[in-house]
Design a protein. Structure first.
Length: 256
């Protein structure tokens, strides 16, 4: 009898956020700016830090906390978010946190049911509500922030100065004012947004068949090793583990 087939895992990427839904994985010790939530759909997940191992339905990983992941035998949902709201809500946490089982399962259910229509605000809302934290209302973007996002969306573009300085000049703001306004309205820092945008586009090109070296050079990474380091720092896995697998779909998303 033929082995049953399963739909491929999916990695959805926005600038500043990502969601993975699929088979569990192993990742050695790493840390990242993003707040991470790992939830087991068909069993507990196991994450470790320096002094403890946590086995529970859902685990919250605060920003910059070193951890490893060992969940090879269960379907998982993973969220990464660099949003200001979520990092502020978890500020001061220095260790992994087990989530309430019912609330963790509720987050996973909402994400899998709404996967194709999710926005970053939805992801933050699901997690903040599970933590009993206030959910900020979506804002109407300032025209200058909209213009900066539009310019970034045309990447790869050829900046004549630093990218942030060029963006600021285009909207007639100082770089510091643009950084402040961008973070307040978009929810992630402009620097983080730009790095995630490069990751997203490089990942998209690799998923379409470009070599990692070609994809990395297109988006101004020094080389494929530089891209691999940044990617692993963000997700705990190397690009080759993602893009050389026929079982993972990488989907670039832009909807906010």
């Amino acid at each position: 009898m033929a082995a049953p087939t399963h739909p491929p895992a999916q990695l959805h990427l926005w600038p500043g956020w990502a969601v993975y839904v699929g088979p569990g994985r192993r990742a050695t010790f790493h840390r990242h700016l993003a707040v991470e939530v790992v939830i087991g759909v068909s069993g507990a997940v196991e994450l470790a830090e320096d002094q403890a191992t946590h086995s529970c339905v859902g685990v919250l990983v605060p920003s910059q906390v070193p951890h490893s992941v060992n969940t090879p035998d269960t379907t998982i949902v993973v969220v990464w978010s660099e949003s200001l709201a979520l990092r502020q809500a978890t500020k001061g946490l220095a260790t992994l946190q087990c989530l309430n089982c019912r609330r963790a399962s509720d987050i996973a259910g909402k994400i899998t049911a709404q996967l194709t229509s999710l926005t970053p605000h939805d992801l933050d809302r699901f997690i903040l509500e599970s933590l009993d934290k206030p959910v900020p209302n979506p804002v109407t973007l300032d025209k200058r922030v909209e213009q900066s996002l539009e310019t970034i969306s045309t990447w790869p573009f050829a900046p004549t100065r630093s990218v942030i300085t060029q963006l600021a000049d285009e909207v007639q703001l100082s770089p510091s004012r643009l950084r402040h306004l961008f973070q307040a309205q978009v929810g992630v820092s402009l620097k983080s947004y730009l790095q995630w945008k490069r990751l997203l586009l490089t990942a998209q090109r690799a998923a379409q068949g470009a070599s990692l070296t070609e994809a990395a050079h297109t988006l101004d990474f020094a080389d494929s090793a530089h891209f691999s380091r940044v990617f692993r720092d963000s997700f705990g896995l190397t690009p080759s583990e993602i893009f050389r697998s026929q079982f993972i779909q990488v989907i670039a998303r832009e909807n906010f």
